[in-house]
Write a protein that binds this ligand. Structure first.
Ligand code: S3P
Length: 179
């Protein structure tokens, strides 16, 4: 069973994912990094050359490939839930853990992350803050529908968030063992 971390840009999927993988003694893969390595280009370049549509196609191929992993913690890109086929695949080969936070927290984290320039091209014509607000509202139903477990990272440390997920996973395994 894989553990997919889902949620908006800046929700903490990468930071929490790395700690969680260490705690559970599992492999960790960042889907965006895997995608950039596979294509030999940054996400920004992929958007510039082929638009968001092209990026979403590659992202779906990446999810299909990552589903071949086992017992791996996988941090996904914030838009992974936009395609039903991605959601179906993730749920078939793992559990989906939603990391969530309020708009202000997400915006501050995105602005403070130097990788945003290459990893997070603009997705709308809105200003950066408005984009977070608009897209979060639009995606929230998809995140909620996909999630098997939810952790709010606005007021918890990375370690605490990883701890909550680890307990959830340990209970899942017990339920699974007991049939
Ligand atoms: C995206 C989020 C990014 C990356 C791409 C698209 C999105 O990943 O996949 O820029 O649509 O929200 P992070 O959530 O890791 O920033």
């Amino acid at each position: 069973m894989n553990i997919f971390l889902i949620g908006f840009r800046g929700a903490g999927k990468t930071s929490v994912g790395k700690i969680l993988a260490q705690r559970l003694n599992r492999k960790y893969i960042d889907a965006d990094e895997y995608l950039e390595q596979k294509e030999g280009k940054t996400i920004k370049d992929i958007f510039e050359e082929g638009g968001e549509g092209k990026f979403r196609e590659i992202e779906s191929d990446v999810i299909a490939e990552l589903c071949l992993q086992n017992n791996t913690v996988i941090a996904t890109g914030g838009g992974v839930v936009l395609k039903e086929e991605n959601v179906k695949r993730m749920k078939k080969c793992g559990v989906a853990i939603l990391l969530e936070a309020d708009v202000d927290t997400l915006y501050k984290r995105i602005k403070g992350d130097i990788t945003s320039t290459t990893k997070r091209p603009g997705l709308t014509n809105y200003g950066e803050y408005q984009e977070v607000r608009y897209l979060l509202e639009k995606r929230k139903p998809l995140y909620d529908k996909t999630a098997d477990f939810v952790v709010n990272t606005a007021k918890t440390s990375i370690g605490e968030a990883a701890g909550k997920i680890a307990s959830f996973i340990e209970n899942c395994v017990i339920d699974f063992d007991m049939g």
